[in-house]
Design a protein around this ligand. Structure first.
Ligand code: NAD
Ligand code: UGA
Length: 469
């Protein structure tokens, strides 16, 4: 029996290990974390993250060949393969603050692996890390020179939240990078056999370590760049009378471009796109490539511009003031089918609206009031962000209420902002909503999910991203 231990029971560690356990009955998988609350969640009926299909997978193998534990050292010591899937956020202080990846959690995990290991191990980088991290990790792993062989692999994860289980069941590819030495190649083969339990062989790509590390940053940068490209086009569409949905469709039917990931929006969010591009920018700067750094930095600048543009549109259309006006915010998560709010565009948009003294009534099917309040009170790390995106004062937080029903949120509102593309927002009774709102009733669709003409027939003044006004 191969024993796998995964350090970090988060959005990646939990679902990935659950799927490995489900697909490989001969492997025992233990996911460990320093957070007792998270591990208790994984061992309960209320998993700590919301992800469609995850409950069923966990229920099928938990207690059989899938375990969750806080006894980090014991399970690491016993494992043949150790995945490290800890968080790698952006540094908030010191050298590289606001850009570089903070590898504190990674380093402490690596030191612990070195300290507790009594047998040879394959150590797998699952977290997204700067290129060349494996070199540093190798040095940490061998720092106490106990004569144990650690072989490091890079196996970045490409799942997206909300579709994690399907992405893991049917990945476009699994990427494994290793040293071009006999030990490195043997370790690649061992990990390949784990994935081969359900992933077709031609989809398992093997590269050198640095290519695997950099490919992950490249993939996220390319994806985010597509969104910033279409969002930049959306501004031009609004200025010219073109319709961004038509432009995306016409552009995406070119087989070299492809139709996916071309939805204009209020901006991309999520824990990784911004962090990984900032990390890429920092690596370029450290390698004396300022032009390349600036190229990628622009992807984030356009994203910030898109959020600012949305806030400005709300204020300017509502007669240049939203002071004391009730604005209903539908959706707070960074995308549908997740309760995750990390870097959600809703945070910046809400802060912008509060900056203009609006009263916000927020509804999201998966995000709690506590989380929303916490998100709106937090400071943004990046000094480069526009001032109006800084946290509102405690008094303006009082201007925020969180409710558990979309119809309650919109009652007596002057305007509605749709910030997440939850399916339930497409099915709302917009006539009923219109009737319960102040007039004129404004609707700002940050996700292009409503039927603009139908809503205009009802009487709404509708603003959609990149559509004729
Ligand atoms: P997360 O914050 O949800 O989970 C990380 C977990 O690691 C936390 O529960 C934390 O308590 C734990 N942890 C930190 N240090 C630890 C230590 N020393 N020992 C034990 N546990 C420790 O993060 P995530 O979203 O799962 O992301 C993890 C990594 O995967 C990041 O590098 C991220 O960039 C990458 N990634 C994330 C996604 C995604 O969709 N969220 C997708 C692909 C890759
Ligand atoms: C993204 C990548 O898609 C994953 O491959 C990657 O593994 C992951 O980041 C990561 O490294 O963390 P995720 O952030 O979970 O996954 O979700 P996406 O579906 O990529 O959406 C990101 C943001 O872009 C969301 O706010 C979404 O609403 C927005 N988006 C997406 C658009 O605005 N338009 C689109 O066409 C697509």
């Amino acid at each position: 029996m191969v024993k796998i231990c995964c350090i970090g029971a988060g959005y990646v560690g939990g679902p990935t290990m659950a799927v490995i356990a489900l697909k490989s009955s001969k492997i025992v998988v233990t996911v460990v974390d320093i957070s007792t609350q998270r591990i208790n969640g994984w061992n309960s009926d209320h998993l700590p993250i919301y992800e469609p299909g995850l409950d069923e997978v966990v229920k099928q193998c938990r207690g059989k060949n899938l375990f969750f534990s806080t006894d980090v050292e014991k399970h690491v010591a016993e494992a043949d393969i150790v995945f490290v899937s800890v968080n790698t956020p952006t540094k908030t202080h010191g050298l590289g603050a606001g850009k570089a990846a903070d590898l504190t959690y990674w380093e402490s995990a690596a030191r612990m692996i070195a300290d507790v290991s009594k047998s040879d191990k394959i150590v797998v980088e699952k977290s997204t890390v700067p290129v060349k991290t494996a070199e540093a990790i190798e040095r940490i792993l061998t720092h106490n020179n106990k004569g144990i062989n650690f072989t490091i692999l890079s196996n970045p994860e490409f799942l997206a939240e909300g579709t994690a289980i399907q992405d893991l069941f049917h990945p476009d590819r699994v990427l494994i990078g290793g040293r071009e030495t006999p030990a490195g190649q043997k370790a690649i083969q061992t990990l390949k056999e784990v994935y081969a339990n359900w992933v077709p062989e031609e989809k398992i790509l093997c590269t050198n370590l640095w290519s695997a590390e950099l490919s992950k940053l490249a993939a996220n940068a390319f994806l985010a760049q597509r969104i910033s490209s279409v969002n930049a086009m959306s501004a031009l569409c609004e200025a010219t009378g073109a319709d961004v949905t038509q432009v995306s469709h016409a552009t995406g039917t070119d087989s070299r471009i492809g139709p996916k990931f071309l939805n204009a929006s209020v901006g991309f969010g999520g824990s990784c796109f911004q962090k990984d591009i900032l990390n890429l920018v920092y690596i370029c700067e450290c390698n004396a490539l300022p032009e390349v750094a600036n190229y990628w930095r622009q992807v984030i600048k356009v994203n910030d511009y898109q959020k600012t543009r949305f806030v400005n549109r709300v204020v300017s259309s509502m007669f240049n003031t939203i002071s004391s006006k009730k604005i209903a915010v539908l959706g707070f998560a960074f995308k549908k089918d997740t309760g995750d709010t990390r870097e959600t565009p809703a945070i910046d948009v809400c802060k912008g609206l509060l900056g203009d003294k609006a009263k916000l009534c927020i509804y999201d099917p998966q995000v709690t009031e506590d989380q929303i309040t916490k998100d709106l009170s937090m400071r943004k790390f990046d000094k480069d962000h526009p001032a109006h995106l800084q946290p509102p004062s405690p008094s303006s937080i009082k201007q925020v209420s969180v409710v558990s029903d979309a119809y309650v949120a919109v009652k007596d509102a002057h305007g509605v902002c749709i910030l997440t593309e939850w399916d339930e927002f497409k099915k709302l009774d917009y006539k009923k909503i219109y009737d319960s709102m102040q007039k004129p009733a404004f609707l700002f669709d940050g996700r292009n999910i409503v039927e603009v003409n139908k809503l205009r027939e009802i009487g709404f003044i509708v603003y959609s991203i990149g559509k004729p006004l």
